[in-house]
Design a protein around this ligand. Structure first.
Ligand code: PEP
Ligand code: MG
Length: 325
């Protein structure tokens, strides 16, 4: 099996009827980017930058961040690396940030909301990313965007960081992409407006499911209610894909749904352009995509949008999964 995985690692994500879906990997450090490439990832769909900030006593300097982002880009050997800006909130313990304890950290000062309150922290990260942009194919992604105000404020901070670097004579690439995560229902519903002002979307199903269904993603008592195949979630995703494509933008998925066989087929059928997952899941999903005609995945996905329960959705998609495996 391991041998078969290795032999197939260089094959592209492509259905038998010729529809391409980029199969990318999620990574948590520059070393994991290298590992992802060995597993045949066509890119890095999500590099979580939290690794630089956790388990230490002070914030990483701009220099330290620059070195790490440059290493990640080099380790990808010319493939696109989507680096997400800091997504830390009241639920993660980062003592040196002095975060206030919150009743509802997932609804609190998290990710961009924290970065906007700590402009010096955000600025150092944005400058480090822009400086690293000359070392590979960079995409910068903002998490937890709730609407146009968040996006515009983040883009303005990025533009300001760029101006400061240029004033100091630092080289910055011209070809990096700027995108956002779609993981808050308000952003999914306003995707048409957001699409006009980004290069791409990446749907964060881990949080999108949590916020759409009002089910804490980490609460074991509610695990059965945490349903990525809920038709309400599928309808939001469908809307996001349609809005992105209407604006000529591409859309990926970096939540765990994309690494589940049934999830991958539904997302493929809904028209997503990229699926990013744990490197360990790539081989299985690649095989499934390469065995499943897009026309069939699309038909199942379209029918799912009209169903009323996740159980009905699963019953519809499971035969397609079994046939493809
Ligand atoms: C997501 O929300 O789906 C996601 C990929 O981000 P994280 O799991 O880091 O919140
Ligand atoms: Mg998230």
């Amino acid at each position: 099996q391991a041998e078969r995985d290795r032999a197939e690692a260089s094959l592209p994500g492509e259905t038998p009827d010729g529809v391409r879906v980029e199969l990318a990997a999620n990574a948590g450090s520059p070393d994991e980017v290298a590992l992802a490439m060995e597993k045949g990832a066509e890119g890095v769909g999500l590099l979580r930058s939290e690794f630089l900030f956790m388990g230490r006593d002070t914030a990483p300097t701009e220099e330290e961040q620059y070195a790490a982002y440059a290493a990640a880009l080099r380790n990808a050997g010319g493939r696109r690396v989507i680096i997400r800006t800091l997504d830390i909130g009241g639920d993660k313990d980062v003592p040196y940030l002095g975060l206030a304890k919150e009743e509802n950290p997932f609804l609190g000062v998290r990710a961009l909301r924290l970065c906007f309150r700590r402009p010096e922290l955000f600025r150092a990260q944005l400058r480090a990313l822009l400086r690293a942009s000359v070392h590979g194919r960079l995409a910068i992604m903002f998490p937890m965007v709730g609407g146009l105000a968040d996006l515009r404020r983040a883009r303005e901070a990025l533009a300001e960081a760029r101006r400061s670097l240029e004033a100091e004579g630092h080289p910055v690439a011209d070809n990096y992409e700027v995108g956002i995560m779609i993981e808050i229902p308000s952003a999914a519903l306003l995707a048409d407006h957001l699409a006009a002002e980004v290069d791409f979307f990446s749907i964060g199903t881990n949080d999108l499911v949590q916020y759409t269904l009002a089910v804490d993603r980490g609460n074991p008592a509610l695990a059965e209610m945490y349903q990525p195949y809920h038709p309400a979630v599928l309808r939001l995703i469908d809307r996001v894909v349609t809005a992105a494509h209407a604006a000529g933008k591409w859309v990926g998925v970096c939540g765990e749904m994309g690494g589940l066989p049934a999830g991958a087929l539904l997302l493929l059928g809904l028209g997503v352009d990229e699926l990013s997952m744990s490197p360990a899941l790539l081989a299985r999903i690649r095989r499934l995509v390469r065995a499943t005609p897009f026309a069939e995945a699309r038909s199942v996905a379209q029918q799912s949008l009209a169903l009323g329960t996740p159980e009905e959705v699963l019953a519809l998609v499971e035969p397609l999964v079994r046939r493809g495996e």
